[in-house]
Design a protein around this ligand. Structure first.
Ligand SMILES: [Zn+2]
Ligand SMILES: [Zn+2]
Length: 321
């Protein structure tokens, strides 16, 4: 199979012909049709903290003989611990994940340890569906956990960062809560998209004009956005950090208003991903994708690093539709 492999961080991602994965036990092989390129993949290359060789790609969709078009849940737990027993394998301390510890979707085929990680896509196109497993499910779970703070139309939710995850977060806030949703982004294009996707307002941080919010979802999570979140949150409100930025926020008296709850997001559970697929199949979610041949992976990563993308870039190892 063709795969994009990192063997040396200085050399970066390189295309190679590798033997096809061979399933044993419960494992199944997915023929990859779409692999989303996530910002986290750029961080993996920057931070250089993963064991090599590495095949990135944790947003995977494809087909499996006998199963049809499927989305792959990326987090594979030990199966025995408390988190795994509760169906929260993404929280397992021994979790291994496609595109991190295990070979991921930047390849024509992926070995998945058990068919329970395959979510049927029905009529959804796997080339478009890949971001549902991470970008959408992570936002979905975050909004689900924030929803108790957002019970009326007077409650405000601020979304910092209207990129791929933020665009899903805005839609889930509108689907799951009655709250007034404000998107904050420096990019005029992203603010325009946020309004189309249902945000009541889309502004720059300055334009908030001192207004505060019950919930602040920070999808950038740099030092300055977390400080903005602390300045925006109401007493008794909540701040959710989502995404893979490296910022931090001091957790001290006087730094944040009283009784603020902090939560961190980390992917979605198998149930979250399944619910997201149901919403997508019901036509209730919108997301933009651009398909790129696997052979153009290096150029695609460069484009994402430059911010030169509209929707999710999707590698299509199986070729275009
Ligand atoms: Zn990701
Ligand atoms: Zn476990």
């Amino acid at each position: 199979m063709l795969a994009a492999v990192v063997r040396d961080y200085d050399a970066g991602v390189q295309l190679e012909k590798l033997p096809d994965p061979v399933p044993s036990g419960d494992a199944v092989v997915v023929d990859v049709l779409g692999a989303g390129i996530c910002h986290t993949d750029l961080h993996l290359l920057q931070w250089r903290n993963r064991e090599l060789p590495l095949i990135m790609g944790h947003e995977i969709a494809g087909t499996v003989p006998g199963y049809g078009p499927v989305l792959v849940h990326q987090s594979w737990g030990c199966g025995h611990c408390r988190s795994c027993r509760r169906g929260e394998e993404q929280l397992c301390s021994d979790v291994t994940e496609a595109g991190f510890e295990r070979p991921g979707g930047y390849a024509e085929k992926v070995l998945v340890p058990h068919p329970r990680y395959l979510i049927p896509l029905g009529e959804l196109d796997p080339r478009r569906a890949a971001p549902l497993t991470d970008a959408a499910a992570t936002s979905y779970r975050a909004v689900r956990r924030a929803a108790p703070w957002l019970s009326s139309e007077q409650d405000r939710a601020v979304v910092i960062g209207a990129g791929a995850l933020g665009q899903f977060a805005i839609q889930f806030l509108r689907l799951l809560t009655p709250a007034h949703v404000i998107a904050v982004d420096l990019s005029e294009d992203k603010r325009a998209d946020a309004l189309v996707l249902g945000a009541h307002e889309a502004v720059t941080a300055k334009e908030l004009g001192g207004r505060r919010a019950e919930v602040v979802l920070d999808l950038v999570t740099e030092d300055d956005t977390l400080a903005l979140a602390a300045a925006l949150v109401e007493p008794g409100g909540m701040i959710m950090r989502i995404g893979s930025g490296n910022g931090s926020l001091p957790f001290g008296r006087g730094v944040v208003p009283p009784e603020v709850t902090f939560m961190s997001a980390r992917g979605g559970s198998l149930a979250d991903v399944t619910e997201v697929v149901e919403l997508a199949r019901a036509g209730r979610l919108r997301w933009e994708t651009e398909e790129i041949p696997l052979t153009d992976v290096v150029g695609a990563l460069d484009r994402l690093a430059r911010g030169d993308v509209q929707g999710r870039l999707i590698l299509t190892p199986g070729g275009p539709a």
